[in-house]
Write a protein that binds this ligand. Structure first.
Ligand code: PEP
Ligand code: MN
Length: 340
């Protein structure tokens, strides 16, 4: 249930109403916007008399929320969420703050990650990506450098000041991620429905979680995964469309579902970004799909950039060179100006 509070209502009366509602064992979420305060009620709302609520002098309107996703629902939080980075590094994401996240699929060496970090920063990226723990389809493929890779990411961060985005695969690495102050924790497509992991990310941290859409995940399933994190205490979730598995297998690695961007933007207040690299699997398709994502209203992109794509240990075919990335950033900037 969503209760819109009148703009002239005193905070004292709002607090009084909140207490009365939480005494009924409802979870009460308060959103204080520029113009309006909204109270979102989660739980068995049958215990409140809607007409009585409507008759209160501080209440403007009361409506039902039938959707299964609650905390992420835009009805609860009409304005876009703007996420700040917890350790004070770098940019905000959402509400007009565009995230340009770039870097290699995997951290391969000190020289590689530091070089790419400097290149993407010079081109205009405001976050560095790089996998240290890699979920590979084949156990015989490069599995990532693990903790040593995280250390190299920290060095690249120190050299550039760019906040880092890297994937957490297992709960037992979470302490290390927190201790190393990883700025944004990525949850990959293979873990989107690992609910135990998502619950712990809600309970143990407020670090922004970049949550990828599952390989064959629906939009609602993605929102429900975000809900697992938010309902457990971490509101800082970034949703990422990264392509889904369809019958097309010959010419693209996945099928980029760009309609998910405006759909998600209407359903949720969370930032929505697009990964054109995993969505297509092809570097030649990445620029056009990136621009399409920007036009569709994405709050950012996460794109793979490698110093030597032909010899990359992972995902070389979909990686841009630093020069191609720099050209793309100029186009993104121009397009954003046109759309503004
Ligand atoms: C990645 O970002 O390198 C990655 C493995 O992505 P996804 O989980 O979307 O496949
Ligand atoms: Mn990759």
């Amino acid at each position: 249930m969503v209760v819109m509070i009148r703009s002239e209502a005193s905070q004292e009366k709002i607090e009084h109403l909140k207490k009365w509602l939480s005494d009924k064992e409802l979870i009460v979420r308060e959103f204080q916007g520029q113009e309006q305060c909204v109270l979102g009620l989660i739980g068995n709302t049958n215990c409140v008399d809607k007409d009585m609520l409507k008759s209160l002098d501080i209440v403007e309107s009361v409506s039902d929320m039938t959707e299964t996703f609650k905390a992420s629902n835009r009805k609860m939080h009409p304005e876009d969420s703007v996420l700040e980075m917890p350790y004070g590094r770098g940019a905000m994401i959402g509400g007009g703050n565009f995230a340009l996240i770039a870097g290699p699929c995997s951290v391969e060496s000190r020289e590689q990650i530091t070089f790419v970090a400097k290149e993407v920063q010079a081109a205009g990226a405001n976050f560095l990506r790089g996998g240290a723990f890699k979920p590979r389809t084949s156990p015989y493929d490069f599995q990532g450098m693990g903790s040593a890779g995280l250390e190299l990411l920290l060095e690249a961060r120190a050299a550039t000041g760019l906040p880092i985005v890297t994937e957490l695969m297992y709960l037992h690495n979470l302490d290390e991620f927190l201790q190393k102050e990883i700025d944004v924790i990525q949850i990959g497509a293979r873990n989107t429905q690992n609910y135990d992991l998502l619950k712990e990310l809600g309970k143990c941290t407020k670090v922004p979680i970049l949550l990828k859409r599952g390989l064959a995940g629906t939009i609602k399933e993605l929102l429900m995964s975000a809900e697992y994190i938010m309902a457990n205490g971490n509101e800082n979730v970034i949703l990422c469309e990264r392509g889904i598995r369809t019958y097309e297998q010959d010419y693209a690695r996945n099928t980029l579902d760009l309609s998910a961007v405006p759909i998600l933007k209407s359903l949720t207040h969370l930032p929505v970004i697009v990964d054109p690299s995993h969505a297509t699997g092809r570097a030649d398709l990445v620029p056009s799909m990136t621009l399409a994502a920007v036009a569709a209203g994405a709050d950012g992109i996460i794109v793979e950039v490698h110093n030597d794509p032909a010899n990359a240990l992972c995902d070389g075919a979909q990686s841009l060179t630093p020069a191609n990335f720099a050209t793309l950033v100029k186009k993104i900037e121009k397009l954003r100006e046109v759309l503004a």
